[in-house]
Ligand binder design. Structure first.
Ligand code: ZN
Length: 97
């Protein structure tokens, strides 16, 4: 295996692991929000280390997993979409183009 493809497969495995952690965070939130946050933290650590792009499925400020209607409120106006974390009120804007 060449160096590049080996590095790529490590990245793939890391991404799988990070996405699984996000899934676990979603499943755990109701029972144990603290543990859920810990899973998000771990996923972010893996993503940072391997420079993987993660879906915006969690709050960047408080590491809460986003569950629409429960931890996330979405506001859509004509110019932008607002993603509001219901735990810490952190708001992320996405401009519609
Ligand atoms: Zn938050």
């Amino acid at each position: 295996m060449s160096f590049t493809s080996k590095r790529e497969s490590i990245k793939k495995i890391a991404k799988k692991r990070a996405l699984k952690l996000l899934k676990m965070a979603r499943e755990t939130y109701d029972k144990d929000p603290k543990l859920s946050k810990r899973y998000v933290e771990l996923a972010r650590k893996i993503a940072m280390k391997h420079r993987i792009h993660l879906p915006a499925a969690f709050c960047r400020k408080c590491n809460t997993i986003f569950i629409p209607g429960k931890t996330l409120k979405i506001r859509i106006s004509s110019k932008q979409i607002l993603y509001i974390c219901l735990v810490c009120n952190y708001t992320r804007r996405k401009v519609i183009t």
